[in-house]
Design a protein around this ligand. Sequence first.
Ligand code: ATP
Length: 219
Amino acid sequence: MNSVPIKAGMLGGTFDPIHHGHLRSALEVREALGLDQLHMIPAPKPPLRGAPQVSAEQRMALLQAGIGTTPGLYADSRELRREGPSYSVDTLAELRAEYGEQARLVMVIGFDAFLRLPQWQQVDTLFSLAHLVVMARPGYQASWSDELRELVGQREVEGVDALMQRPNGGVLLLSLPSMMAISATYIRQRLREGKSVRYLLPEAVEEAILHKGFYQDVE
Ligand code: ATP
């Protein structure tokens, strides 16, 4: 059988709310890696962060509105249906089972999330399931800790072709063409202060946020 293996990715996050930094990065990473499908997966209660202010279902609805009909990006609610804490390795195991052994499976994270990799559960399991692709992010240039260096070890590859030779286990640092210095923290802060968030996120997401009053009346 000579069929080309399917290429799929996951981009997890709180998406609290989804913004153009996430969406443009998702589109460009999908293009750069030639992914058939990129699953954007909101976390219900991220293990490493405090509780978000808007419910998981509401964040999911904003994500769907933000993606709209963009080809290849998929708002995936699987982590919201899971009982108990949600770990990326569990999600990757599900995706691996769905796509099969030969699929090229990629977990995509921003550089800030990558710096926290030593705190993650079961990093070895992660590499047995997927590749890790790290997107540069404006404002995050910290040097790697010794622990992080050790975790990555010999896994780092130079480019997409080298990464896609194997189904899992590689690390690629990727600098995408349009990096955007947008964060959800900045958007929430502006909404709290009653300031405009126009052009930081898709219009449909802005409209839904303003209509529902999300992020606007918290102390
Ligand atoms: P917050 O400001 O609330 O921490 P955030 O904007 O960083 O949120 P997350 O939901 O934490 O968004 O991000 C999900 C993933 O997307 C993470 O891997 C993060 O590094 C990445 N990411 C977020 N914003 C950008 C951006 N502007 N450019 C590239 N990657 C980003």
